[in-house]
Design a protein around this ligand. Structure first.
Ligand SMILES: Nc1ncnc2c1ncn2[C@@H]1O[C@H](COP(=O)(O)OP(=O)(O)O)[C@@H](O)[C@H]1O
Ligand SMILES: [Mg+2]
Length: 284
């Protein structure tokens, strides 16, 4: 598999089958989306005319330097920011606000209410969203806590857990909602390098098991290649799509290989070929 700016999954599938109609409709369609923050006398354009499609069970990555609008795009898919231009469709229907079909995991370790135990943290959203009764919510929480290896810590409070364990709880809580799309905004960025690598492994193992659809934001090229099967490269100010690439050829065990390094270098030059924002710190 070679990297190519045009090698979208759609294009690859069309090439392989020679028949565009054979593609299923995308689960999530982001179509020409321009996002702005407005304050009196000031408009910040976060993204301009960004388009991508995500299919069921994709692990789709938004990759770019800080400030290129990744988090704002995730918020727009989450329904918290309304596009100035363009549209966002989930299963063909416009996204009009937040909903339990899109659940987010963030970088911050304080996303769990500290007064609830691990089990309550996972079960509570299931109950308040009206999806499940108390008993069913508790059972579903136990199921997903088992999947992230935290059964023994179900009765612990968040402050007693490590950063990695808190992120596992946040992931279990999100997956327990069984969303159509799982949104993750730099979920491992605040972890030490070894824990981060382990969390990437665990996330991929969970994906093998559950086959959720993932929209994942990172500024790390290496993380994008490991976690994703498709990567959107964004350039900053405002965020624009620079390229989209297939990355399913790389995974946990391709880290040191020459192919992987070549892919990382190619992405790096695609992201920074204008020299903007390149200070060498964004390569991880
Ligand atoms: N609440 C806000 N009000 C005004 N501008 C914002 C706000 N949040 C983000 N921005 C601006 O929007 C742009 C994109 O930000 P963001 O989506 O956070 O980028 P990223 O996640 O890629 O670092 C940046 O220029 C940022 O300063
Ligand atoms: Mg961000």
């Amino acid at each position: 598999m070679t990297l190519s700016e045009a090698s979208t999954r759609g294009a690859a599938a069309v090439g392989a089958r020679g028949d565009r109609t054979a593609l299923p409709p995308p689960l999530l369609c982001v179509d020409g989306v321009t996002l702005e923050y407005r304050a009196p006398g000031r408009v910040v354009r976060a993204t301009q005319n960004v388009s991508f499609d995500i299919w069921e069970a994709d692990r789709f990555i938004l990759l770019g330097a800080s400030g290129c609008g990744k988090s704002t795009l995730l918020k727009a898919v989450g329904g918290f920011v309304t596009p100035r231009e363009g549209r966002i469709l989930l299963e063909g229907k416009p996204v009009r606000g937040p909903g339990p079909d899109r659940v987010a995991v963030f970088q911050e370790f304080d996303q769990l209410p500290p007064w609830k135990t691990v089990r309550e943290n996972v079960a509570f959203p299931l109950r308040i969203s009206g999806r499940l009764g108390r008993k069913e919510a508790s059972e579903r929480a136990a199921h997903y806590l088992e999947k992230v290896g935290l059964t023994r810590f179900a009765d612990a409070y968040p402050h007693t857990l490590s950063g990695g364990m808190k992120q596992r709880v946040a992931i279990a809580r999100a997956l327990a909602m069984e969303p159509r799309v799982l949104l993750m905004d730099e979920p491992f960025a605040a972890l030490d390098a070894l824990t981060r690598r382990r969390m990437q492994e665990e996330l991929l193992a969970l994906w093998e098991d559950v086959r959720f659809t993932l929209l994942f934001v990172t500024h790390s090229i290496e993380e994008a290649l490991i976690v994703g099967n498709r990567i959107a490269l964004l350039s900053p100010h405002p965020g624009r799509m620079r390229a989209e690439i297939n990355s399913h050829a790389w995974g946990l065990h391709s880290g040191g290989s020459p192919d992987f390094q070549a892919a990382a270098n190619r992405i790096h030059s695609l992201l920074f070929e204008d020299g903007d924002a390149h200070d060498g710190k964004d390569r991880q």
